[in-house]
Design a protein around this ligand. Structure first.
Ligand SMILES: NC(=O)c1ccc[n+]([C@@H]2O[C@H](COP(=O)([O-])OP(=O)(O)OC[C@H]3O[C@@H](n4cnc5c(N)ncnc54)[C@H](OP(=O)(O)O)[C@@H]3O)[C@@H](O)[C@H]2O)c1
Length: 261
């Protein structure tokens, strides 16, 4: 997969233009590589306590791809990499408490296959469903982590932006191949629904993540899913099933051990 070192630091300039405090910094890392995730975590951990970690990374792949680690890319980028980064940063987050972890989720969890015994579920590859399945894995992990961190001062939230016209949607959602054959029969309707749902601006969609990461109204709270209207919503039921979380954790620990073999 491509290197991400060429990414523009435009976001840093925009943050510095409005934020008080130390200057923002851009650190490049290819989050489709477990080695790069480990290197990023080591670099961040070496800097001391951490007060917020927002895992905003997300990607949808129209066609099946594998990462440098040989792992199906939707699962690697949308779940495994934020999982590993979070686990490797728990010590600095504990040291920075009260601190927060925010994992960005998606409504696509509703179309996901709920089987996590292997990286790839049985059946064909459909990018939208694989993306949703990886996001479901990450949501189940997020809610389980809440319990593990209770009493440590580290709050854990999931934030659902709802939808926005962003690079991720540009291109991947044009082809009926991204959905299962059943949904393809209804493609004009499905596509219109996608386009309606993802037509908003990224800055409005970011409200749920910003609230989860920084709003004082959430001080002392944990385990909430912040919905697209920037208010807590009920979590998607299957993500709260402890058997799902156990299966996701088993798979994640096997694919991305905290200490590499
Ligand atoms: N847009 C929607 O309708 C929608 C709906 C529900 C949830 N979400 C979620 O919202 C979050 C943001 O997505 P977005 O819509 O803003 O899409 P986006 O513009 O494509 O942003 C995705 C982000 O992930 C980063 N990324 C992807 N692959 C990476 C890799 N291998 N290594 C490092 N960084 C990588 C991108 O980095 P670069 O900036 O370097 O490209 C970018 O910052 C994602 O978690 C997504 O799943 C989006």
């Amino acid at each position: 997969m491509s290197s991400w070192t060429a990414c523009t630091p435009r976001a840093v300039e925009r943050i510095d233009a409005v934020a008080a405090g130390p200057e923002a910094r851009f650190v490049a890392a290819d989050l489709a590589s477990l080695a790069a995730v480990r290197a990023l975590a080591a670099r961040l951990a070496a800097e001391g306590p951490l007060d917020v970690l927002v895992n905003n990374v997300g990607a949808m792949f129209a066609d099946r791809q594998r990462t440098v680690d040989g792992i199906e890319a939707s699962f690697a980028v949308n779940h495994l990499s934020p999982y590993l980064l979070t686990e490797l940063l728990l010590e600095p987050l504990r040291a920075g408490a009260p601190s927060r972890i925010v994992n960005v989720t998606s409504g696509s969890v509703r179309v996901a296959k709920r089987s996590f015994e292997a990286v790839e579920p049985p059946g064909g590859y459909y990018g939208f469903h694989r993306y949703g399945r990886a996001k479901l894995a990450n949501l189940a992990y997020t809610l389980d982590l809440t319990d593990r961190l209770r009493g440590t001062g580290v709050s854990v939230f999931a934030a659902d932006p709802g939808g926005a016209a962003t690079e991720m949607n540009d291109g991947t959602m044009r082809s009926s191949r991204i959905v299962s054959p059943g949904l393809r029969l209804l493609w004009p309707l499905v596509r219109r629904t996608f386009e309606r749902a993802t037509s908003g601006s990224a800055s409005v969609a970011a409200r749920s993540s910003i609230l989860a990461a920084s709003d004082a109204s959430l001080d002392g709270r944990t385990g909430l899913v912040i919905g697209p209207d920037a208010r807590p919503v009920a979590p998607f039921g299957p993500a709260t099933d402890s058997r799902t979380a156990e299966a996701v954790l088993r798979l994640s620990r096997r694919l991305a051990p905290l200490v590499p073999a």
